[in-house]
Each structure stands twice: as structure tokens, then as C-alpha cells.
Design a protein around this ligand. Structure first.
Ligand code: SDX
Length: 392
């Protein structure tokens, strides 16, 4: 059909689908997965329990959860040839670029498309994706540190073992700190899904062509990498470090962020949907205080973050634009306290967002949604005669 084409850049006022997974209320700062508030989930559930609910629609029974955790463990073996791919990257390659490549490469080792008409095939694909993506995420870190790329310890829980695979070295006994486990579990829950954000929309559009689940997730990793999206958690710490190095003058950076001629933005501030506090930022801010106190970490950038937040919230420019701290503003401070390198922060976001990407991809396929293919308003040349190269 021709008719009128309306352009909605950034899809600010466009809905792309119907979904029953996540509910956001930007005015009231509400976030729910499958009807459960993230305050309840972050407080009372585990990340794998929340992943089950996000993907399958209901909180699991004890039996279902234990089976899910076991079935994920069963799929943790990653083909050793994947290490050759990791070895092919230069040492300073960004972890998100490696992770996106590895996720796409999983198709080569698991070529059979997911039969979306089979509950069992979907369930197995879910377990396989969560298991392998998690192992690969830790291997990206291990490679950068020059540590051996090791494996799941089936006696441990998902988060405990993730931390072990990240940090344990063969020559020392690695004891997981329960404070660290609890903090990471909470952070992963808070990142699990967020309706049609940039990376999730990417996963849905790529999947709408019936490209495979790994290929779609790989595209989501790439979209998340951008500093305006998941990459913001790394950019926030780099910004706070820059403010610290510059003597801690937060007003100077707020002025830069307001200067239309300066591309600098206050990273970790603002949100397309939340025109009030991002409910996740509230929980993470409190967790940051608790975790750093429990670990006895005194991180000067946390104080700078709080000073910056206070100044920005009082600033007329920011108030007029409803700019508040978002999920990325404080998360990096906790990741840092957990010993996670800055360049791995967005990988941690991806590990958390994985169940949401998977759930949304499955929902899109089960709804038999059409291929994502928008139109445009053409602003180029009218028809013109071809010019021989000798006449150009
Ligand atoms: C995530 O969508 C999601 O749900 C994402 C996410 C998820 O869970 O998936 O929540 C995760 O990506 C959080 C956002 C992380 N990104 C950042 O922190 C980067 C900094 N933030 C901005 O770039 C921006 O706020 C966005 C990208 C988050 C939202 O951009 P929008 O909705 O397109 O808003 P906009 O760019 O049109 O800005 C509106 C106004 C503009 O000023 P005017 O032109 O109207 O005068 O607000 C200004 C912007 O210049 N503005 C900022 C700002 N964010 C917006 N000015 C300074 N600093 C900022 N951070």
C-alpha cells in the first residue's frame, strides 16, 4: 500500500509488537517481569529463577528450578574449537566484539534451527544458549587476563560458578564471597529484560527473518555494545574517572553535557521511557552502598557519582528534560568492587539481558510475526539519464 508514510525516528512513538513479558511505566517508574515487580524479584528470587519466569511465563516450582539448573549445566560444554576463534582475536579486542562473534559462531557448532513448534526443542535451546553464552562470557575475560579458559563446577549454583570461572586460577583456592554472589545475582536480575529496548528490538527484527537464535542474540550483543545503550555502564565509569582526574568538578561536566556544541552527554543519565527515576537505579544505588561496605571497599568514584547525581538532579536543564540516573549509572561501581574489569561491564549487562532476548525472540516466533521491514520517505534524486564515465 502507498498512502502516507510517517517517519518516527528512533521509534519514539511507535509500538513494534504486543508482548506479555515485561511491563514498564515510565511516568511512575514501574518495572515488572511477567507481572512480578522487580523489587520483589531482586529481593526474593535468584537470577536463574527469574530467567525461567521471563522465558516460560511462570515462576518455577522447586522441582522445575532444580531441573532447569541441571539442564543448563548439562549444556555447558563448549566445543574446544571455539578457543581457536578466541585465540584469533588481538589481545586488546573489546570483549563485546569477541562475544558477539562467538555467539554467532555457536551456529556453526549447533546448526540445527530451533523447532519453535516443539516445547522440548525450545526448552533445550534455552538451556543450551544460557549455558554456552555464560561460559563464553567468562572465557572472553580469561583470555584477556591470560588465564586458562575453564569450566562449570557442577557442585555450584549459576552465579557462584560464573564468578569461579571468571576469577579462579588453578594455583589458588578460590573462595566465593556470598556478598559478591548476592550482589551479582541481583544485578543480573535487574538487567533480565526491558521490553523493546534497542538490543531487544534488534533481536526481534533479526529473528523475524527466521535467522537462528544464536545469530539473533549475536546481533543483540552488537546493539547493546553502543555507549548510548548497554555500553553506557563502561562509559559511566570512564566519565567518573575523568571527573576524578580533573579534580572532581562535577559542575564543569554538567555544563559540558548541556552545551549543544559539545557532543558530551552525562553517561548513565536519561532514558527513553523512564521520565522519573529508573527503578533499577534506585535498587542498584542502595546495593552499591551495601556491597562496598560489606567488602570494605572505599571507591572515590562512588562519592563523585553521588555528588554528580545530586548536582544534575538540581539542574534546571536536566529537570526540564526529565533526566534521571538510569540502570547504568551505579552498576559499574558494583562491578568494579566485584573485581570485574571496566571493559567487561557491558558483557555483564549482556549476561543479564540474555533471558530477555531469548524470551522476546521466542514470543516473536510463536506469534508468527511478519518480517520487520519498515518503509521510508525518499529524499534523493528524481529519474536522471545515465552518464558515460568519459562524460563525468
Ligand atoms: C540503557 O531503552 C532501554 O530500556 C535501555 C535500557 C535497557 O534496560 O535496555 O534501559 C538500558 O540503555 C539505559 C540508557 C543508557 N544510556 C546512557 O546513559 C547514555 C546517555 N543517555 C542518553 O544518550 C539518552 O538519555 C538516551 C539514549 C538514554 C535516551 O535518548 P532519547 O530518548 O533519544 O532522548 P534524546 O537523545 O532525544 O534526549 C532528549 C533531550 C535532548 O535535549 P534537547 O535536544 O531536547 O534539548 O535530553 C538531552 C538531549 O540532548 N539528553 C541529555 C542526556 N540524555 C538526553 N543531555 C545530557 N546528558 C544526557 N545523558
Amino acid at each position: 500500500a502507498t498512502g502516507y508514510i510517517t517517519i518516527d525516528q528512533g521509534f519514539k512513538n511507535t509500538g513494534s509488537c504486543q508482548s506479555s513479558i515485561t511491563f514498564l511505566d515510565g511516568e511512575k517508574g514501574i518495572l515488572r517481569y511477567r507481572g512480578y515487580s522487580i523489587e520483589d524479584l531482586a529481593e526474593k528470587a535468584s537470577f536463574i529463577e527469574v530467567s525461567y519466569a521471563v522465558i516460560f511465563g511462570e515462576l518455577p516450582t522447586k522441582t522445575q528450578l532444580e531441573k532447569f539448573e541441571d539442564d543448563i549445566r548439562k549444556h555447558t560444554l563448549v566445543n574446544e574449537e571455539m578457543k581457536d576463534i578466541i585465540d584469533g582475536f588481538p589481545k586488546n579486542a573489546h570483549p563485546m566484539g569477541i562475544l558477539s562473534s562467538l555467539t554467532s559462531a555457536l551456529t556453526a557448532f549447533n546448526p540445527k534451527p530451533v523447532d519453535v513448534d516443539s516445547q522440548e526443542a525450545i526448552y533445550n535451546a534455552v538451556c543450551k544458549t544460557i549455558a554456552k553464552f555464560s561460559v563464553l562470557s567468562t572465557w572472553v575475560h580469561r583470555k584477556r587476563e591470560g588465564f586458562p579458559m575453564n569450566y562449570y563446577d557442577n557442585s555450584k549454583g549459576y552465579v557462584e560458578n560464573f564468578l569461579t570461572m571468571m576469577f579462579a586460577i588453578p594455583t589458588e583456592e578460590y573462595k566465593v564471597n556470598p556478598v559478591v554472589v548476592d550482589a551479582l545475582d541481583k544485578l543480573l536480575i535487574l538487567h533480565a529484560d526491558h521490553e523493546q529496548n534497542c538490543s531487544t528490538s534488534t533481536v526481534r527484527v533479526v529473528g523475524s527473518s527466521h535467522a537462528g537464535l544464536f545469530a539473533s542474540i549475536s546481533a543483540g550483543v552488537s546493539a547493546l555494545w553502543g555507549p548510548l545503550h548497554g555500553g553506557a555502564n563502561q562509559a559511566v565509569i570512564e566519565m567518573l574517572e575523568a571527573i576524578k582526574a580533573d579534580g572532581g568538578d562535577v559542575e564543569k561536566f554538567i555544563a559540558k553535557a548541556k552545551d549543544k556544541d559539545d557532543p558530551f552527554r552525562l553517561m548513565g543519565f536519561g532514558h527513553r521511557v523512564y521520565k522519573n527515576f529508573d527503578p533499577r537505579a534506585k535498587i542498584i544505588k542502595k546495593a552499591a552502598d551495601d556491597v562496598l561496605a560489606a567488602l570494605g571497599v572505599n571507591d572515590p568514584v562512588l562519592d563523585i557519582a553521588k555528588t554528580l547525581e545530586k548536582a544534575a538532579l538540581e539542574d534546571e536543564y536536566f529537570k526540564a528534560r526529565n533526566l534521571y540516573p538510569n540502570v547504568d549509572f551505579y552498576s559499574g561501581i558494583i562491578y568494579r568492587a566485584l573485581g570485574i574489569p571496566t571493559e567487561m561491564f557491558t558483557v555483564m549487562f549482556a549476561v543479564g539481558r540474555l533471558p530477555g532476548w531469548i524470551a522476546q525472540w521466542i514470543e516473536m516466533r510463536l506469534n508468527s510475526e511478519p518480517i520487520g521491514r519498515p518503509r521510508q520517505v525518499y529524499t534523493g534524486e528524481n529519474l536522471r539519464a545515465f552518464k558515460e564515465i568519459s562524460n563525468r
